[in-house]
Design a protein around this ligand. Structure first.
Ligand SMILES: Nc1ncnc2c1ncn2[C@@H]1O[C@H](COP(=O)(O)OP(=O)(O)OP(=O)(O)O)[C@@H](O)[C@H]1O
Length: 253
């Protein structure tokens, strides 16, 4: 791993001319331990601006796939290219910077800071990415940009100004998590079952709002779910089983 690459992370991503946002080639990753789990993906591509739904049952490896895609874990074999950058060539710290610069992530449990305000939560990634901070600042004062984004995603302005994050409903938490992923216009939005706690109507409304924002920024969106009924909201639907081979137990080789 070359530390000298770390300084180039933002520039590499920004200047990359690859037609794909993400491409996997002959990737293999193993969770080792007493019951090893291996996920092998021969070929996968996410286009720039594409909205992709990745379906698979519980335990099939969807979160592992997203962790690979976002560089949270690195494959033992193969190559993952994101916005023209070979993720394996970045050090761990450089990958962390690359992730906050280019990815907005909506986690399954949202991972909000309970004691921060709604606006503090939305602005969090901007503390770690100057590019995203500068992009957000181009739209106005940061508190105003965060407030407008939250309002666009359906949170009442009085709630934004006065509510405590710890007291928000699940639907409101989801919107704060989405605003945090979208602020500063990262190129790839990753969402790990963010609608699993919502009813059908709220779910559809949320996805429409999310896509209006991601579309305006030209971002790609990849969302994983086990819920096939969400397919109609996306450009493409992929079943994890069709692109990946999951193996449990030790592999003989
Ligand atoms: N942090 C970890 N440490 C060790 N093994 C893990 C870890 N995370 C996942 N695994 C292994 O990978 C398998 C697939 O898990 P993963 O979370 O990727 O599936 P999933 O499809 O996202 O499941 P769910 O829909 O329930 O969230 C698990 O059954 C487990 O064996």
């Amino acid at each position: 791993m070359s530390e000298s690459l770390t300084a180039d992370v933002g520039r590499q991503g920004e200047s990359a001319s690859s037609p794909d946002a993400v491409s996997f080639a002959n990737v293999e990753y193993t969770w080792s331990g007493s019951s090893p789990f291996t996920l092998a993906i021969a070929d996968f591509k996410l286009a720039r601006g594409e909205k992709l739904l990745l379906l698979g049952p519980s335990g099939s490896g969807k979160s592992t796939f997203l962790s690979l895609l976002a560089g949270i874990v690195v494959p033992g074999k193969g190559k993952i290219d994101v916005l023209g950058t070979d993720m394996a060539r970045l050090s761990g710290a450089a990958r962390d910077r690359f992730r906050v610069e280019h990815f907005g992530i909506i986690f399954q449990m949202f991972n909000l800071l309970p004691y921060g305000s709604l606006i503090d939560n939305v602005l969090l990634p901007l503390h770690f990415s100057r590019t995203r901070r500068d992009r957000a600042r181009a739209d106005g004062a940061l508190d105003d940009v965060a407030t407008d984004l939250l309002a666009t995603l359906g949170i009442d302005r009085t709630v934004i100004a006065t509510a405590k994050t710890a007291n928000l409903s699940v639907g409101q938490q989801q919107r704060v998590a989405a605003a945090r992923a979208l602020i500063g216009a990262p190129q790839i939005i990753v969402a790990d079952e963010p609608t699993s706690a919502l009813d059908r109507n709220t779910e559809g409304a949320f996805l429409n709002l999310l896509f209006a924002q991601s579309g305006a920024a030209g971002a790609s969106v990849i969302m994983v779910s086990h819920d096939e009924s969400l397919a109609r909201y996306f450009d493409r639907v992929v079943r994890l089983d069709d692109i990946a081979v999951a193996t449990r137990g030790a592999r003989s080789q």
